[in-house]
Design a protein around this ligand. Structure first.
Ligand code: PEP
Length: 255
C-alpha cells in the first residue's frame, strides 16, 4: 500500500487584502511557521494565494519561510492582448509556485468551461507551476443526486493528460458549501473523495498519489474531522484563511 501524500493547506484570499492587512497576515504566518517546532508544526505543506496585486510582495515576505505563494487564476496564453488578465508565466515571475484554476467563482462569474480550465491548467504546468484544479457540483446538482456524474465530467474535461502527482492538485469544492457555512456530511465528503481517487488512480499510477483537497466552509471547528477522512489530502480554505489564528488552527488539524 502506498503512503498517503503529504497534505496541502491552501488559503485562497480571493479579492481581499490591501498592502496593510495582506502583508500583516503574511508576516504573522511567517512568524508562526518560524516558531512552530516539532509537533507544533503543521503536518502539511502551506500555501497562500493572495490577490494578484499583492502576489509579488507576499511571495517576497514568505520567501524565507516554508509557506508557498500562489495565484488565484491564470490566462491560458503566455502573453498577448488580454486586458486585465495575468499569465502563468507572470505568476511564476511574481514568486508563485501554484495557480488555482477552475474555481467555481471563475466558472460561474466568468463562464469558464472545462476546456478553458484545462487550457489554464496546461498553461500553469508549462510555466512550472503546480495547478490546483477545482471541481464541484452546484446546489441544484447536489439536490438532484448528480454529484458523482458532475465530478466525473469535470475531471475528464479539466485535467491535462498525464500530469505528475507533484504538478496537479484536485480540489473538490461543492459550490453550495463555498462561503455558506454549509458542508456535506463526512460520509458524503469521503464518498466523493474515494470516487475521485478511483478515477485518478485508474488513469495513472501518479493519480493514485495526487493530492485531493476538500474546500467549502472549512473552519477551525470542523477541520479535524474533515482532514481526518481517508483520501482528503488537505483543504482549500477561503474565508477562514484571512484570519491567521483560524488558518493556523486548520493547518494544525492535519493528522
Ligand atoms: C474557496 O473559496 O475555495 C472556499 C472554499 O471558500 P470558503 O472556505 O470561504 O468556503
Amino acid at each position: 500500500m502506498t503512503d498517503p501524500p503529504r497534505p496541502l493547506m491552501a488559503g485562497n484570499w480571493k479579492m481581499n487584502g490591501l498592502s496593510g492587512d495582506g502583508l500583516a497576515l503574511a508576516a504573522e504566518l511567517v512568524r508562526r511557521a518560524a516558531s512552530a517546532k516539532g509537533e507544533e508544526a503543521p503536518a502539511c505543506d502551506l500555501l497562500v494565494c493572495p490577490p494578484a496585486s499583492l502576489l509579488w510582495r507576499v511571495a517576497e515576505a514568505l520567501s524565507q519561510s516554508p509557506i508557498a505563494a500562489g495565484g488565484q487564476d491564470c490566462h491560458a496564453d503566455a502573453e498577448g492582448a488580454h486586458t486585465g488578465d495575468i499569465s502563468a508565466e507572470m505568476l511564476k515571475d511574481a514568486g508563485a509556485s501554484y495557480a488555482i484554476v477552475g474555481h467555481s467563482e471563475r466558472r460561474a462569474g466568468h463562464s469558464e468551461t472545462d476546456a478553458l480550465v484545462r487550457a489554464k491548467a496546461e498553461a500553469a504546468l508549462g510555466a512550472g507551476l503546480c495547478a490546483i484544479i477545482c471541481i464541484g457540483e452546484t446546489e441544484a446538482q447536489y439536490g438532484a443526486g448528480e454529484t458523482l456524474g458532475v465530478i466525473e465530467k469535470q475531471l475528464a474535461g479539466s485535467l491535462p493528460d498525464g500530469p505528475g502527482a507533484a504538478e496537479v492538485v484536485v480540489a473538490y469544492e461543492p459550490v453550495w458549501a463555498i462561503g455558506t457555512g454549509l458542508t456535506p456530511s463526512l460520509d458524503e465528503i469521503a464518498a466523493v473523495h474515494a470516487h475521485i481517487r478511483g478515477i485518478l488512480g485508474g488513469a495513472s499510477a501518479e493519480g493514485g498519489v495526487m493530492r485531493i483537497l476538500y474546500g467549502g466552509s472549512v473552519n477551525p471547528a470542523n477541520a479535524a474531522e474533515i482532514l481526518g477522512l481517508e483520501e482528503v489530502n488537505g483543504a482549500l480554505v477561503g474565508g477562514a484563511s484571512l484570519n491567521a489564528d483560524d488558518f493556523w488552527t486548520i493547518a494544525r488539524s492535519c493528522p
